[in-house]
Design a protein around this ligand. Sequence first.
Ligand code: IPE
Ligand code: IPE
Ligand code: MG
Length: 250
Amino acid sequence: MSESLSGQREISVPRHIAIIMDGNGRWAEAQGKPRVVGHRAGVRSVREVVRLCRESGVDALTLFAFSSENWRRPEREVALLMRLFITVLRREVKMLQKNNVRLKVIGDITMFEPKLQQRIQEAEARTADCTGLALNVAANYGGRWDIAQACRQAARKVQRGDCSVAAIDEAMLQGLMSLSELPEVDLLIRTGGEQRISNFLLWQCAYSELFFSDVLWPDFGDDAFAEAIEAFSSRQRRFGQTGAQVSQTG
Ligand code: IPE
Ligand code: IPE
Ligand code: MG
């Protein structure tokens, strides 16, 4: 749920924001440059959005960095992206620590080369005690993969005799999904003009507010962020109730 900063009907800040960071390739291509230049420029926007979330009092930020379908890109682009992840993880971890940001990677990281897996584990360990913004990076992540891995865990519980089949309910699966320890995703932003989910957080976004921006990810900054928060703030979240019911309960 969102919280009002002042208790009045002013700006309401989401507790958990998720972002599909799209448009890097087109940003670079528009300048006649290789797509990887756009991915590098996208790292700047990541830094910016982490800062903006910290300053606005957002509790959690989840960024889609590499989908389970992105392996289908040309081998060279995938290799360059992997190299970029390795470099960025090493370079940014100090800044995250300094800013009290806890990093967690969600997705099937066993598919990554050992060096990248090691960097991920190091970065997570080094920020594990940070108590500020919870930053989640979705890498080799797919919403369907997430649901399947939660179901496998539930099946194992039954197999071990820890619970019955009837005990598998929404609450149990919720607890087994990625990000279950965090508040629900209040706002899902997608940059780059496309209006689709692309197998991101399928379970977790059941009741998120959606915001689509035409801004390409490398151009995402204060203005686009403010526009998204403003749009979120103007929405009435009804969760199945009527508008009148929600206005009554405030
Ligand atoms: C998103 O930007 C970044 C990743 C998927 C890694 P794209 O690379 O998809 O950029 P466009 O959509 O081709 O412009
Ligand atoms: C979604 O972007 C994945 C990430 C931003 C990491 P894509 O550019 O891969 O999505 P589609 O394929 O156009 O739907
Ligand atoms: Mg894209």
